[in-house]
Write a protein that binds this ligand. Structure first.
Ligand SMILES: CC(C)(COP(=O)(O)OP(=O)(O)OC[C@H]1O[C@@H](n2cnc3c(N)ncnc32)[C@H](O)[C@@H]1OP(=O)(O)O)[C@@H](O)C(=O)NCCC(=O)NCCS
Length: 185
């Protein structure tokens, strides 16, 4: 099992089939919280659905197009973070993430994003990391803002979710800018 410690009791675990049951239970317990934000909530109705998702993430990894991890705080999985894909031509990736409601407010996702960004720039040699957030998703927007991203624009009505079209704010961070964020931390 590949895992990375963010802190002694907080780690990222590369998604594997053994996570499916536990992730399904977290999603199932957080439907009301996740439904307005994540488009896949309604189609996640069984452990088999999560197994199918995990299989796609393993194909993504095998195709050298990024990876996805469970976030474990203590004994419990509390969320997932990953790269949507890697655009190797332009040395660019984008991040997606979610947390269980009760795991919010502790900086867990900001730390997880920081680890992905460092890995992207330092280990993978990427040039750019992007995060897109619904305009109204203030908690999500606060994460790239905390990490020194720049607002690059708004994509209008970009995502159909929970019966509405949501506009996305595009946040971008370049490798040279990340060095500045780190030196100010
Ligand atoms: C988006 C989401 C991950 C944000 O969760 P979050 O807990 O606000 O984010 P973090 O884990 O980075 O925690 C930040 C909070 O912890 C606090 N915090 C405590 N210690 C901290 C630390 N060391 N570093 C940063 N923040 C810290 C911050 O002040 C902030 O609290 P506040 O919102 O009261 O100001 C979560 O709301 C979620 O999963 N929502 C549903 C799915 C979703 O929207 N996904 C994103 C789609 S783009």
């Amino acid at each position: 099992m590949f895992s990375y410690h963010l802190e002694p009791n907080l780690r990222l675990e590369l998604l594997a089939p053994r996570h499916a049951q536990e992730i399904f239970e977290v999603v199932d317990a957080n439907r009301e919280h996740l439904r307005p934000r994540m488009p896949w909530v309604e189609s996640t109705q069984s452990v088999a659905n999560v197994e199918a998702f995990i299989a796609t993430t393993l194909q993504q990894l095998a195709g050298n197009s990024g990876f996805q991890t469970a976030i474990r705080a203590g004994q419990e999985i509390v969320g997932v973070i990953g790269m949507h894909k890697i655009d190797w031509q332009n040395k660019s990736t984008s991040l997606g993430y979610w947390l269980a409601q009760k795991a919010q407010g502790q900086g867990i996702m900001t730390k997880a994003c920081a680890a992905y960004i460092s890995h992207s720039f330092t280990q993978l040699g990427l040039h750019r990391v992007e995060i897109r957030c619904a305009t109204e998703n203030t908690k999500s927007r606060a994460i790239p803002q905390r990490l020194g991203f720049t607002i690059e624009g708004t994509i209008r009505e970009a995502e159909a979710i929970d019966g509405r079209y949501l506009s996305h704010v595009v946040y971008g961070l370049l490798s040279s800018e990340w060095q500045k964020t780190l030196s100010q931390a």
